[in-house]
Design a protein around this ligand. Structure first.
Ligand code: 4AD
Ligand code: MG
Length: 464
């Protein structure tokens, strides 16, 4: 017999059926009238299924009365329409099979709400909490929406390497991949490490972005997207940075910056709409427990056009704002989180796309504008979360790109394969990257990025 997920068992139309449920006990309450009430959760939805267990069951005293929070059980019986509030059905048990007990003296997740900080120390058990269950279901929905959105638009899902010899962002914040003996690495006569003897015969790293390889596929297949793990060895101990995160990167041949902005906007709107439609119970939970404005923010995201503002205009507005920013504003600075927040939360009150940034603060591959000072870059900023998407139109002109690489301290020779795209049949193209975890933060209202990925990696944090 197949067992029924709790999400289905809770529906009114399931009343009357004989079913089997498998899950973990959230609470047990014994009544004087010869019954125990169990709340069973199996992760298929936020809500629990109430199970009414009569004391007449043969294993009532030996098994049922030993069930406590965290214990696992199989329950069989009949679903009945429930008189109780907040539930349409309850299960009248005819059989309870205990699979595993959980000693209440040591099980760390007792009924009372534990802090998010504490839950991070038990990341292997926190999937059993309401918060983490809701986050996991929303994260799953976001992943499904990502694929649906691009597949419906004819994008090919492609995979780019995780181990790479390129530095896409040119920022050098990469984790080295090597099999050399750290105590006795082979050295060249000048004392430097001889990487020709390393596993790949050269220096390699974990990727910081699949973009450069993604461009090669877009410049043949037209519209592609990658979706994979991404690694950054930046020493950022913030609520928005991880050392390992998941990034979605669409890349489109023949796209210019305006097309790219339209795509990014339609994409985020879709993520919000799908979450609102398909994760209602979990969103209710976030509204109640995490951020009362989550649903309003999501609805606005789904319905209102984003503001679009050039970097130059944004700096002018920030300068005129009269705010005492910790980092003073002037043309040429990289916008800090306090500036991004002012722009989205105070100035426009919704997501904003800031475009055409100074070339000095952006990566070498972004297309240089005729003014010679700015590049065709765009960042999508979301209220509370800040930068959620970074992208650009790419430099498709060979000499300009080579010059930009040299200016950024990169050797064009090392990227000859990338330059070949400009040598042979070059086309304008554009793309962007969305950090999955920042998208999940935006949708759930969770303030710390470490609470929207099962096993966060951050400076000095690689447990489990
Ligand atoms: O702005 P970034 O660095 O852009 C790129 O890597 C481009 N190559 C993408 C492209 O055009 N194909 O990163 C893109 C997004 C950011 O906007 C942010 O959402 C996320 O990736 N991100 C991080 N998320 C969590 N932790 C970090 N340390 C992140 N760094 C970037
Ligand atoms: Mg960026």
């Amino acid at each position: 017999m197949d067992w029924l997920p709790v999400v289905k068992a809770r529906r009114a139309e399931s009343a009357g059926s004989h079913v089997e449920i498998r899950g973990w006990v959230r609470t047990r309450r014994d009544s004087k009238g010869g019954f125990s009430f169990l709340e069973i959760n199996d992760g298929s939805c936020l809500g629990n299924l109430q199970v009414v267990v009569p004391a007449s069951l043969s294993n009532y005293t030996t098994d049922v009365l030993r069930l406590s929070v965290g214990a696992s059980a199989i329950v069989r019986g009949e679903l009945k329409a429930s008189p109780g509030k907040g539930q349409s059905t309850e299960l009248a048990a005819t059989e309870v099979v205990v699979l595993g007990l959980a000693d209440p003296a040591t099980y760390p997740l007792q009924k009372k709400g534990a802090s998010l900080e504490f839950l991070r120390t038990i990341a292997h058990l926190r999937p059993r909490t309401n918060t983490f269950g809701a986050v996991s279901r929303v994260r799953n929905q976001v992943c499904a929406s990502i694929h649906a959105f691009f597949q419906e638009r004819g994008f090919l899902y492609v995979n780019t390497p995780i181990i790479t010899a390129s530095d896409c962002e040119g920022a050098g914040q990469m984790f080295r991949v090597t099999t050399l003996d750290p105590d006795k690495p082979p050295r060249l006569p000048n004392g430097t490490i001889d990487h020709s003897q390393d596993f790949f015969g050269k220096q390699t790293h974990l990727t910081v972005s699949g973009q450069l390889e993604g461009e090669t596929l877009a410049c043949a297949l037209g519209r592609i997207y990658t979706f994979g793990p991404t690694f950054r060895a930046e020493n950022s101990n913030t609520t928005r940075h991880l050392s390992e995160f998941w990034m979605v990167e669409p890349e489109v041949a023949f796209f210019q910056l305006e097309d790219n902005m339209d795509l990014a906007e339609a994409f985020l709107r879709r993520l919000a709409t799908d979450a609102l439609n398909n994760c209602q119970e979990d969103i209710d939970f976030f509204v109640e427990r995490v951020d009362p404005h989550v649903r309003t923010t999501l609805t606005a995201l789904a319905e209102q056009p984003f503001a679009r503002i050039s970097y130059t205009e944004a700096v002018a507005k920030l300068e005129a704002s009269g705010e005492a920013f910790e980092h003073p504003v002037k043309w040429g600075i990289d916008l800090q989180s306090e500036h991004e927040r002012w722009l989205t939360e105070k100035h426009v009150g919704r997501p904003a796309i800031v475009h055409d940034y100074p070339k000095e603060i952006k990566a070498f591959y972004m297309r240089l504008s005729d003014d010679g000072r700015t590049v065709r870059a765009m960042d999508v900023l979301a209220p509370r979360v800040g930068e959620i998407i970074g992208g650009s139109q790419r430099e498709e002109r060979l000499p300009v790109l080579e010059e930009r690489m040299r200016a950024s301290g990169l050797e064009p020779e090392a990227y000859s394969w990338y330059l070949d795209l400009r040598r042979y049949g070059t086309v304008p193209h554009a793309g962007f990257g969305l950090g999955l975890e920042r998208a999940v933060q935006m949708i759930t209202g969770m303030t710390n990025i470490r609470d929207v990925i099962p096993f966060p990696r951050a400076p000095r944090l690689a447990d489990f």
